[in-house]
Design a protein around this ligand. Structure first.
Ligand code: SF4
Ligand code: SF4
Length: 156
């Protein structure tokens, strides 16, 4: 799989963490934390790519609010194309064209969530799912097939 993933949390998440950084993204995680009973395990779905729209609007945190390292801000901004989508996002396939080499902040992994957002491993699955839902709603809409696909994938 080579899905895309550059989840940018809604600013509501940044508001509830002390270290304003930011995570997100990707289907190929090394290891997902064990879920508690009835907890949904986060997973990326194919043909989404919502998080690769990097300019999502005022309800999402800005790079300056997310990163403390200026080079991260610079890199993030350098990826934003004229239409707001990442320049490495292939819209025809909805996949990342540099997936193996994508930036660390494009990886939806517990360690990234912890370092960027202050979200611990116990809350990783819940918050990752929430970020995906909010991102998909913002990009494709709350009635979109992409949101249906994402929710369905969690129930399998
Ligand atoms: S928004 Fe979520 S499901 Fe969609 S591509 Fe990004 S990480 Fe995957
Ligand atoms: S590099 Fe771009 S296309 Fe690839 S995962 Fe990151 S935001 Fe998405």
């Amino acid at each position: 799989m080579s899905y895309s993933c550059a989840i940018t949390p809604p600013s509501s998440i940044n508001a509830c963490i002390s270290a304003a950084h930011r995570p997100w993204h990707s289907g190929k995680n090394k290891a997902r934390p064990q879920a508690k009973t009835n907890e949904q395990l986060w997973r990326c779905v194919e043909a989404c790519g919502a998080c690769c729209k990097l300019a999502k609007g005022p309800s999402f945190a800005t790079p300056e609010e997310i990163f403390t390292d200026p080079s991260d801000i610079e890199l993030y901004r350098s990826l934003i194309g004229p239409d707001g989508w990442c320049i490495h996002f292939d819209k025809s396939t909805r996949k990342c064209s540099i997936y193996p080499d994508r930036p660390y902040f494009c990886r939806v992994e517990p360690d990234v969530f912890l370092s960027l957002y202050g979200i611990g491993k116990k809350k990783f699955n819940k918050e990752a799912c929430r970020c995906c839902r909010d991102t998909i709603k913002a990009v494709y809409g709350s009635q979109s097939k992409e949101l249906d696909n994402f929710n369905s994938s969690l129930n399998r």
